[in-house]
Design a binder for this molecule. Structure first.
Ligand code: ADP
Ligand code: MG
Length: 440
């Protein structure tokens, strides 16, 4: 095995922690026994990311008291495209910063004041965590994320914050699968602020695809609170959301879980006028706090919640399959929606899911069956059971197996909302570099 290279450390400490910085500089002299090179010092949160890249840091020793620090930078550095850059926090033990920093993605922490022993621990933690992070990055389980800097570079066409409702008049066509995967692509891979709302009043099952516990807060508890308080606020809505983690890492995705029991749909908080008012208020409360609101709506459009989801979204992604029944249902539904004034302009976009040329119904036939409505995107039928395997693993397919044909279609679908996502494939291609640099 080749000899290990020294770890490059960036110290990101405010000027007030000069005493700790001096200990660090005294210990990390050239050829020190810790195997760490002090690659640079940063006093400013706003330049931290750029400094870590330019100094080719492997690890950042980060004080939460750094001026101008945004804790999201920890997660972004971890997903830095060339290699993972890890964060170890330097905290005052009298505070609860250690926990906060680790929740934000730091791999460990040291207590102040810094000592020689502390630096020894830092070296050991850094070495073990780096090996782990590089192995993870090289594995199939790693899901790359776009850093805002990369996103800004590749973001040519611009994008709009919006609310999208996935809907079809037929069951089993893939509404939940598409809504969940698009939400995961946007919220986990692109790291945008995304809320996925399980608004299927027939049967909520977003929780199954994301492996989230269904008890506790959900759309019914929020609707009940709205009925009791007579109003809806953004914090109130946020209080009923569940954060989505990948391992221990936070993501940009939050979920409003669906109904645990079907009878709840018929109760006061969600029925009739009240259900309509609730969902309108919900969309209004969520929009300011999120880049994307993704709604999984149930098939009956005469349900008040589904109706409000169709009416209130910026775009309705109508999901159809290449089967005669699905297309007939969709055509009839489109006509009814048009009569109800719900399909004005180009609000509806058609997605053909489980598409397979062998079904004998081509693009042209589908368009014709839908009164010449253009098709936005086809999503391939996964023949290799990839969709089922991902479902059983409790992970959206785009996170479970990014290479599957269906995953790539789902990513392209998500890129209709956020174009930089098409760059993810490029990032997936280059992810072994850092591993080689450090350990070969
Ligand atoms: N592109 C696809 N390829 C293969 N199976 C799929 C695909 N999309 C969805 N499925 C499967 O079809 C079934 C129904 O999907 P679901 O998203 O629950 O539909 P809906 O929400 O419209 O009722 C699920 O078992 C799902 O795994
Ligand atoms: Mg569903």
């Amino acid at each position: 095995m080749a000899e290990e290279r020294p770890i490059r450390l960036l110290a990101a400490l405010p000027p007030a922690l000069m005493a700790d910085l001096q200990v660090l500089m005294a210990e990390l002299v050239p050829d020190n026994p810790h195997g760490i090179v002090l690659a640079g010092i940063t006093y400013e949160g706003t330049t931290l990311e750029k400094d870590a890249e330019e100094r080719e840091a492997d690890v950042v020793l980060l004080s939460p008291e750094l001026p101008g620090l945004n804790l999201e930078v920890i997660n972004r550095l971890y997903h830095y495209p060339d290699r993972p850059i890890l964060t170890i926090a330097l905290v005052d033990p009298a505070t609860d910063w250690a926990q906060t920093m680790e929740e934000a993605g730091a791999v460990g922490h040291l207590n102040r004041p810094l000592s020689r022993e502390g630096i020894g621990r830092l070296a050991r933690t850094a070495r073990v965590s780096l090996l782990e992070a590089h192995r993870f990055r090289a594995s199939d389980k790693y899901v790359p994320q776009l850093s805002p800097r990369v996103a800004a570079v590749v973001d040519r066409g611009g994008w709009m914050r919006q609310a999208i409702t996935f809907w079809s008049p037929t069951g089993g066509v893939g509404k939940t699968t598409l809504a969940t995967n698009v939400a995961a692509a946007l919220g986990v891979m692109a790291n945008k602020r995304v809320v996925l709302v399980d608004a299927d009043m027939n049967k909520g099952n977003v929780h199954l695809l994301l492996n989230l516990p269904q008890e506790g807060k959900n759309i019914y508890s929020l609707a009940t609170a709205f009925l009791q308080e007579g109003r809806m606020t953004t914090p109130m809505a946020q209080n009923h959301l569940v954060p989505y983690y990948v391992g221990r890492r936070p993501t940009g995705l939050r979920v409003l879980l669906g109904l645990p029991q079907q009878w709840m749909a018929a109760r006061d908080p969600l029925a009739k006028e009240q259900g309509l008012r609730f969902f309108e208020a919900l969309l209004n409360a969520l929009r300011p706090a999120f880049d994307f609101v993704i709604v999984d709506a149930g098939q009956t459009y005469n349900n008040p919640v589904h109706y409000a989801a169709l009416k209130g979204a910026d775009h309705v992604y109508l999901v159809v399959n290449s089967t005669v029944t699905s297309l007939n249902d969709a055509r009839q539904a489109l006509r009814s929606l048009r009569d109800a004034g719900l399909v004005e302009g180009d609000r509806v976009r058609v997605v053909v899911n489980k598409y397979h040329p062998r079904h004998g119904i081509g693009r042209r036939d589908i368009q014709k069956a839908l009164d010449e409505m253009p098709i936005l995107q086809e999503v391939a039928m996964s023949e290799d059971e990839a969709a089922t395997v991902a479902l059983n693993a409790g992970e959206p397919l785009v996170l479970h197996d990014g290479k599957a044909r269906t995953s790539r279609d789902l990513m392209t679908l998500a890129a209709t909302l956020y174009p930089p996502l098409v760059e993810i494939r490029r990032l997936q291609g280059g992810r072994r570099r850092g591993f080689m640099r450090l350990f070969s």
